[in-house]
Design a protein around this ligand. Sequence first.
Ligand SMILES: Cc1ncc(COP(=O)(O)O)c(C=O)c1O
Length: 391
Amino acid sequence: MSVATEEIAAVGAHLNEVYPMLPFTPVRGTGVFLENAAGRRVLDFYGGHAVAALGYGHRELSETLARQSRELVFQTNALPLKVRDEAAEKLAAFGPAELGRVFFVNSGAEANENALRLAFKVTGRSKIVALEHSFHGRTAAAAAVTWGAAKSWYGFPRTPFDVAFVPRNDDAALAAAVDSSTAAVIIEPVQGLAGAFDFAPEFLHATRAACDRHGALLIIDEVQTGMGRLGAPFGAQLYGVRPDLLTVAKGLGGGFPCGAVLMPHSIATTLKPGALATTFGGGPMACAAIKTVIEVVNRDNLLANVRNVSAAIRATCAVGPVTSIQGRGFLLGLKTRPRAVAVRDALLARDILVGTSADPHMLRLLPPLILSKDHVQRLAAALEDLTDAPL
Ligand SMILES: Cc1ncc(COP(=O)(O)O)c(C=O)c1O
């Protein structure tokens, strides 16, 4: 297998250097391939960090955005929009049956920030229970329930409310942490940044039961796992766990920035005008993209594709430096004997882009939902090629 000449990862002089960057500068994309100005094509198992649900240059998504931009690029939530109503209807139908109302926002962190606000408001309580190794976003409340943030990058002088972190899959610790002061438990059905750590389904059910015992809400953070990534519309449906609030972003608009909080009518009807608000959330471009993403996922059977191709990854990619595979659907963690960054760099030199995670020995795959078995064969071959590489 040939090894490509690497570019230098360079950042413009006026950008903050807060992101470690990889040595590849894409200028366009088609399907699951990214291409640089010199025509080098890279097979993308990273999906713009779980965002490019339909891959790149998707004809219908591009046409939708072009058409909507000609008709109406933006309009405020103070005016009704047909496209917003339609996007909400489609998303409510795609999500868990009991969550019939949608509040649109702009990002995953904003979705979680509002879900937490709602939990405090609905219950009148002051504590949140979160999971060790979780990631919920960078805003003040979302980061307060993110494991380890306060000790490293949190940045605010104090967190805004009490948070109890419990070890993963520990039913007893969770049962002990949830009490009559708990407004909500917040959990990712598969922890993304942690390296695609999939909870025992029994633990997710025990979490629901603990919430029920004490009248706490269950917030399922599906910012990364949602929109079909796990091979079901959402993890809540995959595991049969009923959320009180569900948050989604990333793949929701297939690359157009947007997020949403899904909630039942029982919560939505307690909200008075002004209780929640955002300027850009629910804008026409985002809503047109959301509609199209859901239509394409349903029409092209992408959930079944995720399940089938994920099985092929599991069957063929525990080779070379990879010792085992965890996660669900297209949120997979590949355990590596050498450091994961060394394997990632070696794969990129072979024109395959993968992600890393908080675990230094776990690669993360978050490919577009349109990935096929041919692409998996290329990854498996590249990993085999690294069997004796000095990484
Ligand atoms: C599970 C989860 N929640 C929340 C977020 C935050 O989303 P955003 O970066 O859109 O604010 C992320 C982002 O990686 C995430 O993976």
